[in-house]
Structures are given as C-alpha cells and as structure tokens.
Design a protein around this ligand. Structure first.
Ligand code: BES
Ligand code: MN
Ligand code: MN
Length: 451
C-alpha cells in the first residue's frame, strides 16, 4: 500500500483519535488539571507504542511529564527528533466559546477545541505520519519523539531533561510543527522565532486602600503610577525606551527587508479579520516586520483597586501588571530581564515601592536556510502543495528551541501547518482537517528527502 492509500483508508480514525486526545483538558498552567495533563501524556505514549515506537516512556519531571519514544532503524541513517507539546493554554473565558473547549466539534471542515492547532493537532500529525511510514514500510530515517507538557508555561523542566539526556536525544535535526503557514494555498517555512522575557511588576503605595476623596491627589496612587510608568516604556515612535534594550538587535539589510516585503500579506484582510480600524506599531516598519524582526513590549494583564460591580471610591494600596517582551537576534532574555528590572526601579517615583519578578523566558532562534534539512523541508512542501514554500519569520516563541541548539547543538526545522486565524490561545481555537491531513501527508516526504 502507498502512503497515500494508507492515509485515505485511515483518515477518519486519525481524526477520531485526535478528538479523543482533545477531550482531555491538559492545561499545564492550572494545577487543578494535573491528572488530566498526565492522562494526555499517557494517551500519546500509548499511541506511539501502537504505531510501533520502541522504548516509549512517560518520564516524570519536577512538573509535568515528558513523553519519549524512538524507532532506530539503522545507525548509518540520519536521525530526526520530533518535538511537540501536549499541554494547552487555559480555555478561559469559557462563555466566549461557541462549543465547549474540551468537547471537540467539527464545523465547516475544522476541528474546534482548545489545543486543536496548538499543539495537539500538529503533534498528532507526526504520530500518524510515523504510523503511516511504519505500516507502509517506508521509514527512511531513525526517529525520536519528545513531546512535552510544559511548553505553555515556559518549558522549565525540559532544559534539565535535555542536559541530562544528551546521548539519548542525539540527532541530526529537530522537526517541529508548532507554528503557522501563510495560507492553505501558500505553504511557508518559519525561519525565525522571537525570544521572550516575561516579567511581573507590583507597585505599592500606602499600606492599605484609602478613601480616594480624603487622600486622592496627596498620596501616590499605585494604579496611576503603574500606568504612567508603563506608558513611558514607549516613545512617540513606539520605540522601547529601556536603556540598552536595542543594544544587540540585528538590523536587517536593505536586501533582506526587500525580500521580506515579497511575503504575501494583505493588510486590509488582516484588519478585517481582527475587526480593527487600523494597525499600530513602531514607526518605519511594516506589519510583518513589526512581528517578525522587531522586538516589542506588551502588557498582558493589569489590575489593582476596585474592579467589582458598581463603583467604590478607593485609592488602591497596590497595582500590578504582567509584561512580556518579544526578542529578536541577538538579544538575550536574561539581560533584557535585568535591564527591565533596573529601569523600572529607576523610573519609580519615591512615593511608591516597586517589586519586579521575572517569570520565564527564552532566546530568539533562527533556522539557517542553507542546510540539508531545510532543503528537505522545502522539497516536501513543494511536493505536497505543488508550490515552493515562502520563508517567514513568526512573532511567536517556542523558548526551548534556542536551548536545543545550545544544549544539543542541533538546529530545528519549523514546519507548521496551522493558520494565524486558528485562534490559538483564544476562544474557538480551531484546526482545519485539510491542514491536519496535509501535515500527515507532508511529514513522510520530509523523511524521504532527508533520508
Ligand atoms: N506554538 C506557540 C508559538 C507560536 C505560535 C509560534 C504561532 C509561531 C506561530 C507556542 O505554543 C506558544 O504559544 N508559545 C508561547 C510562549 C510560552 C513560553 C508561553 C508564546 O509565544 O507566547
Ligand atoms: Mn505551541
Ligand atoms: Mn501556545
């Protein structure tokens, strides 16, 4: 049987298995879901075993487990390490979902569920592609699977696991489907991921909440202060004002920017899809440059004072914010955390105290486009889509990818099959069945060309 025949014959089962996996709410951020996270790990471990992987283990860590499995066919053949994650983002706010986040539903050829695209749907393409290669006797490379359960919370324990298992994880390339492509008729390959520094700040004024009439105007209001501090982090050109922030930023050459401007992108459609009147960002850069090659700073959450029903006249004692900074080559996330901390302390007025706490981070990453593996990915996408893939640089982060390079000395190929419109991390996350099946069709072609 050919791969195509096997896929056609089994596609319905592949989809149903994915739906079963999506029913397990593997939310890594919330300890209430700890057992579900473990169940999701066991589920994929079983599927790897059934597909023919050897030495499948669910490795416990200080946090959520890592699923490992392998099929080593011939030491003279190249080895592909497949990385993915089975944990998902919280589904809240649940009332904004048209159908429940953990009761996957198929509508208009798309699977709606938390994790459908990010990353269970995409990780599962690899399990089924592997099954297909095993069943059609066409596996051309050694393969190792490493599917983790902490990507959405910063992969804190995966680094330790990699350092402790360098031999076991030895490989020629790491293959990842956890990014998006331009459109279903425009395949693309991600050649860059932004890094991330995630911080929390807390501003404290008076030791207790005060009457805002009796004290307002005379005592520092931490909510006012945090807003002023955050507002000052960008200048009128939307440049970030933290001293030293841009020190190591690699500027693209005019030719590189010219090449990037060729990327298919429709600003009107972008605005329409996001239901915004206009875009906003750093002066002098296009929208795809703003997310692809420029560092950014965003408030992810901000709170303090009275937020309940009605009004309460109160001058809050504290105000807080969670702030992320997306980084580009060659910024270092720990240095940026340091610069941010020093700057916030420096700009805080003497009437308040500020505590700055780092959460997690990771360095930016670039995939070289002159490697054998990159050529194999281009050939695979070209064969399955009938078109050359467009190189893109995504705005998102997979912090562990830079660490793979540092610890294992291996580069990653980012061959994602999602779409930016799949609403990952948002209500009504989805993944096209076309995309799921196209992934299962394309992955074996990568193995063919790489082997
Ligand atoms: N799969 C995403 C990253 C992504 C999405 C890259 C789309 C490129 C295009 C990943 O699961 C993710 O959400 N990463 C987080 C970082 C993590 C430390 C929480 C992110 O980018 O916010
Ligand atoms: Mn992901
Ligand atoms: Mn994610």
């Amino acid at each position: 049987m050919t791969q195509k025949e096997y896929l056609d014959k089994n596609q319905e089962r592949f989809i149903n298995e994915l739906l079963d996996w999506l029913r397990i709410p593997s939310v890594s951020a919330d300890s209430a879901f700890k057992d579900d996270v473990k169940r999701a790990a066991d589920f994929v471990a079983d599927k790897l075993r059934l597909a023919g992987a050897d030495n499948v283990v669910v490795e416990p860590t200080a946090g959520h487990p890592i699923v490992y499995g392998e099929k080593l066919i011939d030491p003279s053949k190249p080895t592909v390490l497949v990385y993915g994650h089975y944990d998902v983002q919280p589904s809240v706010p649940d009332h904004l979902w048209d159908t429940p986040p953990f009761d996957p539903t198929i509508r208009d050829g798309k699977i709606y569920a938390r994790g459908a695209c990010d990353d269970k749907g995409q990780a599962y393409m690899h399990v089924k592609a592997f099954e297909t290669m095993m069943q059609t006797n066409s596996l051309t490379c050694n393969v190792k699977f490493m599917i983790e359960g902490e990507e959405e919370v910063g992969s804190a324990n995966l680094g330790t696991y990699c350092r402790a298992n360098k031999e076991k994880l030895a490989c020629d390339v790491i293959l990842i489907s956890d990014t998006s492509m331009i459109a279903n008729d425009t395949p693309s390959l991600d050649v860059g991921l932004r890094g991330l520094t995630y911080m929390e700040i807390e501003v404290t004024g008076p030791s207790i909440d005060l009457h805002s009439g009796v004290y307002g105007g005379a005592v520092a209001n931490p909510a006012n202060v945090i807003c002023t501090m955050i507002a000052s982090l960008h200048d009128e050109n939307r440049h970030i004002t933290i001293p030293g922030f841009y020190d190591n930023v690699v500027e693209l050459t005019a030719e590189e920017r010219e090449a990037m401007a060729q990327t298919p992108f429709d600003l009107d459609e972008y605005k329409r899809e996001l239901k915004i009147q206009d875009v906003m960002g750093e002066t002098g850069y296009s929208t795809i440059e703003r997310t692809g090659i420029r560092p950014t700073l965003d408030v992810n959450g901000i709170w303090g004072g009275y937020t309940g029903e009605g009004s309460k006249t109160v001058l809050p004692s504290k105000a807080s914010a969670k702030i992320s900074m997306r980084l580009v080559p060659n910024q270092n996330w720990e240095r940026i955390a340091q610069l941010f901390t020093e700057h916030m302390q420096r700009i805080a007025p003497p009437s308040v105290t500020v505590t700055v706490t780092p959460h997690h981070g990771g360095n930016p990453y670039m995939t070289p486009s002159d490697s054998k593996a990159y050529a194999a990915a281009v050939a695979a996408l070209k064969e399955s889509f009938g078109k050359d893939p467009v190189p893109t640089r995504s705005g998102g982060s997979i912090p562990i990818v830079a660490l793979f390079e540092e610890v294992l000395g291996v580069k990653s190929i980012l061959m994602g099959f999602g779409l930016d419109s799949d609403a990952i991390h948002s209500p009504n996350e989805k993944f096209g069945i076309f995309n799921f099946l196209k992934g299962i069709e394309t992955i074996p072609l990568f193995f063919k060309y790489f082997g």
